[in-house]
Write a protein that binds this ligand. Structure first.
Ligand SMILES: Cc1ncc(COP(=O)(O)O)c(C=O)c1O
Length: 390
């Protein structure tokens, strides 16, 4: 069997190895406190499940959907964007349904990247941007995110020869893995830059509904003229605790949405219609669950950050997402500290370098577990005795 050269360039997906390690330790009877993958532990709201139960038993639901999404789904997305961001989207040609935003993000480079082309990809970032650029034959040029630049890419530092070959500029705020946020001023800069350099701006907005203490993230499409150069990816996964349902959307520039749709229509046949109907209920129905979620995650974030700060960290409070991005103690690497926490405390965290070289020196903690477990993790770390952190 001869596999493709392409496959050789792809590392195993970050969480595959982590899940294997977790299983191995659990088999040994170790109680693992899991800050790993970032999959909400809270339930999907009942009105969404009820809708799914109501529609699943129909002939219509059993048939092929359209790969771009059913028109009522696209209309619900349009209304949601209008209500949430005051952004107008035409459901006919500016919205495409996705089988989770990962699917759309993974397919996008196939529509825009040829061998030799460059995608500008934040480092660290959600691994799909880089890996799928590579799969399409292109190259990811890293835009380092660090404390000095407030985890915002420094666009003016990108060399001219790189920009000449660049076609895509990825941004993701609120950000995975750093938990960083961006304001409209930064989005304006990105739109201007994309126009100047003939780039498609790819905004990943998967965490827009997870804001704490009154913080409400923006959409890039709120910037006047953004639609000329922007495609935005969104997902119901985190907003409504629906990660396993696989439903999301790409919206914005119609040429870009159409290009993605062309790839998709040749690869998949769209999201299960019953899920699209349940998603309409999610987007159009009561949004109280979103507020309740944020209250729970906000409290957990405070428990974690206050706890870590009592151990010597100096972390700011989390404004959005459910990720804490923490520097490792002096003398540790991402890998050595993650290993130490797992083996000595039974605490699973993700080594930051799994998200790109600039993630070295950090670990990521997802607060998808009850407050009591977070407090217990802090106690276990206290017993470990960490030594100086900075
Ligand atoms: C930044 C970011 N984008 C996109 C996704 C994909 O989400 P989904 O495919 O569930 O919509 C994730 C999932 O963790 C993510 O962290």
């Amino acid at each position: 069997m001869k596999k493709s050269e392409r496959l050789k360039k792809i590392p195993p997906y970050l969480f595959v190895k982590i899940e294997e390690k977790k299983e191995e330790l659990q088999k040994q009877g170790i109680d693992i406190i899991d800050f790993g993958i970032g999959d909400p532990d809270l339930p999907t709201p009942p009105h969404i499940i009820n809708k799914m139960q109501e529609v699943i038993d129909t002939k219509e639901a059993a048939n092929y959907p359209t790969s771009r999404g059913e028109f009522p789904f696209r209309k619900a997305v349009s209304k949601w964007y209008q209500k949430r961001f005051q952004v107008e989207l035409n459901p006919r040609d500016e919205i495409c349904c996705l089988i989770g935003s990962k699917e759309g993000l993974a397919h996008l480079p196939l529509a825009f990247i040829d061998p030799g082309d460059i995608a500008l990809v934040p480092d660290p970032s959600y691994p799909v941007y880089k890996i799928c650029t590579t799969l399409a034959g292109g190259e990811a040029y890293p835009l380092p995110l660090n404390t000095a630049n407030n985890f915002l890419p420094e666009l003016d530092k990108i060399p001219a020869n790189v920009l000449k070959k660049a076609k895509l500029l990825y941004i993701n705020y609120p950000n995975n893995p750093t938990g960083a946020v961006a304001d409209l001023g930064f989005f304006e800069k990105c739109v201007k830059f994309a126009k100047q350099h003939d780039l498609l701006l790819v905004s990943d907005l998967a965490y827009s509904e997870m804001g704490y203490d009154g913080f409400k993230p923006h959409s890039v499409l709120e910037v006047p003229g953004a639609k000329d150069v922007t495609i935005e990816f969104h997902s119901l996964s985190k907003t409504y605790n629906m990660t396993g349902w696989r439903i999301g959307m790409a919206v914005g520039n119609k040429e870009a949405v159409h290009a993605l749709g062309t790839i998709k229509s040749n690869i998949d046949s769209g999201a299960f219609k019953a899920i699209q109907l349940a998603a309409i209920e999610a987007l159009s129905g009561p949004q109280t669950s979103v507020e309740e979620n944020n209250k729970v995650f906000g409290e957990r974030a405070k428990t974690l950050i206050n706890g870590l700060n009592s151990l010597g960290w100096k972390l700011p409070h989390l404004k959005a997402t459910f990720y804490a991005w923490i520097p490792v103690p002096k003398g540790e690497t991402s890998a050595s500290f993650a290993e130490k926490l797992l083996e000595k405390c039974g605490i699973l965290v993700v080594p930051g370098n799994g998200y790109g070289p600039s993630g070295e020196g950090y670990v990521r903690l997802a607060i998808t577990l009850p407050k009591e477990r977070i407090a217990e993790a802090i106690e276990r770390m206290k017993k470990l005795g960490l030594g100086p952190i900075y």
